[in-house]
Ligand binder design. Structure first.
Ligand code: ZN
Length: 101
């Protein structure tokens, strides 16, 4: 995700990377910050994409069970708010769905 790891300088408001030691705009020393947790909107957007991706897959298709497994992984990553793991599981769903004929 492009916005992951981005924050705002508390001193001048410049957009900064959370891994930077100081702000390049005003040279203020920056506190190390935790990677921000995903917003509810990010979750909703991703779940919508998953619903869209998996729409219409029949039990008889060979992608059915791999997709179910990947969705289960999404679910397990969602519960502890584990965004990177969730994104990896979404990627797996995309890959499986792309194999449909
Ligand atoms: Zn600054």
């Amino acid at each position: 995700m492009a916005i992951a790891g981005v924050s705002v300088c508390p001193s001048c408001g410049a957009v900064i990377n959370i891994h930077w030691a100081s702000c390049p705009a005003c040279a203020t020393a920056l506190e190390p910050q935790a990677v921000p947790p995903p917003t509810p909107e990010q979750w909703v957007t991703s779940w919508r994409e998953l619903a869209h991706l998996t729409n219409g897959i029949e039990k008889t298709e060979q992608q059915f069970h791999p997709v179910l497994q990947a969705l289960d992984e999404c679910d397990r990553a969602f519960l502890p708010n584990d965004w990177p793991r969730f994104q990896a599981a979404v990627e797996k769903v995309r890959r499986v769905v792309s194999e449909r004929g």
